[in-house]
Design a protein around this ligand. Structure first.
Ligand SMILES: NC(=O)C1=CN([C@@H]2O[C@H](COP(=O)(O)OP(=O)(O)OC[C@H]3O[C@@H](n4cnc5c(N)ncnc54)[C@H](OP(=O)(O)O)[C@@H]3O)[C@@H](O)[C@H]2O)C=CC1
Ligand SMILES: CC(=O)[C@H](N)C(=O)O
Length: 260
């Protein structure tokens, strides 16, 4: 049973992946959709069933709780799917200074963006085969420290580093890993993160459909990192060559203006 698994499928980039994956894999049998909002997942299931005929299995669960992993493990053991693609799309941010954030908010971000992503990847690996893909939503925020959303930036640096290393570990099995690193994308992200995107981000804002199309094209090419747009490609290069002190100063100027 050829299967794709998508977390964060109720909204934004995750939902867009669920919509575009059937064009990438034309012979999929099932898509497993994971997020908390059951109503939005049901809507997506209806849409995908109508348009593609693919069976959608819904897990309306909080990935920061353990039970979803027991539930998934049970289904993986019982159904033994051939997981062709895992998209770790669920993630949250928090635009606030560390000193003004609660410990629960900060550790909750790590729990979802890093721990859950790692847990699900590890659970799925035994069911992945030659040619399977792992797609992890990192961010351009992974390229440099992010004063003003320090923990978010650090979680994304984790995702980028983890993805690149895992890609090397899995090369012999011909399983390919891509870290997707967009700049700002027009989704619910900024509303959930507690602050609207500022002027610079508004100017750079990309559409989720285009970001996912580019990501899937990079996945097809087995690229380890997918960066959407010239501005973010430039940002990546700049972060690699600029001295740390300059990068940190610049990121602080850009990110914390409205927070302090
Ligand atoms: N938008 C942007 O500018 C950028 C986003 N990204 C990354 O892309 C990923 C997707 O973000 P995006 O689509 O923009 O944001 P959205 O807010 O639109 O989507 C976030 C998704 O994560 C799910 N989610 C949140 N918390 C949990 C939880 N505890 N358990 C299960 N699912 C959860 C949400 O579903 P529900 O609420 O139903 O649980 C939703 O489906 C994130 O990892 C983000 O960091 C990277 C770069 C840029
Ligand atoms: C929300 C993001 O991850 C984005 N790269 C940004 O920093 O705006």
């Amino acid at each position: 049973m050829k299967t794709a698994i998508v977390t964060g499928a109720s909204s934004g980039l995750g939902r867009e992946f669920a919509r575009q994956i059937p064009k990438f894999y034309r012979s999929l049998d099932e898509i497993w959709l994971i997020a908390r909002s059951s109503d939005k997942l049901e809507q997506l299931k209806e849409e995908l069933t109508k348009e593609t005929g693919i069976y959608c299995r819904i897990y309306d669960s909080d990935l920061t709780r353990d039970y979803v992993f027991y539930h998934l493990q049970r289904d993986l053991e019982a159904l033994r799917p051939d997981i062709r693609m895992l998209v770790n799309g669920a993630g949250v941010g928090c635009n606030a200074l560390v000193s003004q954030s609660s410990p629960e908010t900060l550790t909750g971000m790590i729990q979802l963006n890093c721990t859950a992503l790692t847990h699900l990847t590890s659970l799925c690996l035994p069911y992945m085969n030659r040619g399977s893909r792992i797609v992890n939503l990192a961010s351009a925020a992974a390229f440099a420290p992010q004063p003003g959303s320090a923990v978010y930036g650090a979680t994304k640096a984790y995702v980028l580093s983890f993805s690149r290393a895992l890609g090397q570990e899995l090369a012999d099995r011909r399983i390919f890993v891509t870290a997707v690193c967009p700049g700002p994308v027009e989704t619910d992200f900024f509303r959930t993160a507690g602050e609207p995107a500022g002027k610079t981000r508004q100017k750079l804002m990309a559409q989720p459909g285009k970001v996912v199309r580019k990501a899937l094209s990079d996945v097809r090419r087995r690229r380890s990192v997918s960066v959407y747009g010239a501005a973010m490609k430039g940002a990546r290069t700049a972060a690699k060559i600029a001295p740390d002190r300059l990068t940190d100063w610049f990121m602080n100027k850009m990110n914390t203006r409205s927070l302090t």
